[in-house]
Design a binder for this molecule. Sequence first.
Ligand code: GCO
Ligand code: MG
Length: 402
Amino acid sequence: MKITAAKLIITSPDRNFVTLKIETDEGIYGLGDATLNGRELAVASYLSEHVIPCLIGRDPFDIEDIWQYLYRGAYWRRGPVTMSAIAAVDVALWDIKGKALNTPVYNLLGGRSRQGVLVYTHANGADIEQALDSVREHMEEGYLAVRAQAGVPGVASSYGVPKPGKAYEPAERGLPGESLWSTERYLNFAPKLFERLRSELGPDVHLLHDVHHRLTPIEAARLGKALEPYHLFWMEDPCPAELQEGFELIRKHTTTPIATGEVFNSVWDAHDLIRNQLIDYIRMTIVHGGGITHAKKTADFAAMYHVRTGFHGATDLSPITMAAALHFGTAIHNFGIQEHMHHTALTDEVFPHHYSFENGYMTPGDAPGLGVDIDEVLAAKYPYQRAYLPIARKLDGTLTDW
Ligand code: GCO
Ligand code: MG
């Protein structure tokens, strides 16, 4: 089998997605997600200008060799743009292989390790009451795990709180929005949110929380300690992770489990965090972390240190990544949990898929390959519209981590 062509499908049904379609001389094609929220066209250009010409004529079954060719052959290694481009090719090749062998991708990764993939979804509210209602709503939908975020009193705009009546979507069309942040007010508030959630909802529902890189390690240690009575499933992205050893400060003070890595793009970003057991879940996902091939190597490395997967699964990762993550989560042993934010109905129409949700778990379906497609005619109706993630400033105007 030979790769005969590859193209990008850039579409914006409610939000921007970049999809790579690789075609072969046997009429089988594969799809890969290349979406990098706020920098989509950088990845599209990396693929169209520098990668696609090198793919033509190659055997799509040679997934490992093509991965190494694109990683080592680029000379300039790693980074979110490069690794998202490599991921798009890699996932499309796994899709082709599954279709050619007439088997779902999870069978190529070792087969089923579980009957269903535990997922968590997002609950949020402008205040504690609204957040509590939102968690209850998702529990009634059948979710066993819910991430809870709430507006921080006295802070105009907090992370994870949607506009009234809208689903939470961080990217905004036009230039980057500016939001405000107060660590002091947040640290005084967050424990109250979870005290209320636990007292109202009981001990069984898994509660998660995303700090979104906003604290220093010692501040995160304080938060982790304060949250211990409410036994969270995890405290996510407590602080920026360029300084991996900074997490030692958090680990010393609290048993609240830690998840990080949605902004990582290779195992090297998490190497010290994993081998020193400074985290409990690695969130680097397939679309930004070099694809299924690199995610598997990262998960296998993590398994040696009791670290499980908890992949990023926000709406800015396309249904192609959702499908790939569910195949991956079905097969690997050290699976932890999978994030699942519902895409819009229009997005689901552009990307018809076989994955499904039931009673807190998801399954990828048994279609050959990934079990996801793209309706190119419909996709063409929604042209790309530049959009950005917001930036954040402290109350005194200092630019801070969003
Ligand atoms: C999450 C993430 C998102 C990100 C978004 C960035 O945990 O789902 O933190 O909320 O902000 O995916 O593109
Ligand atoms: Mg997050």
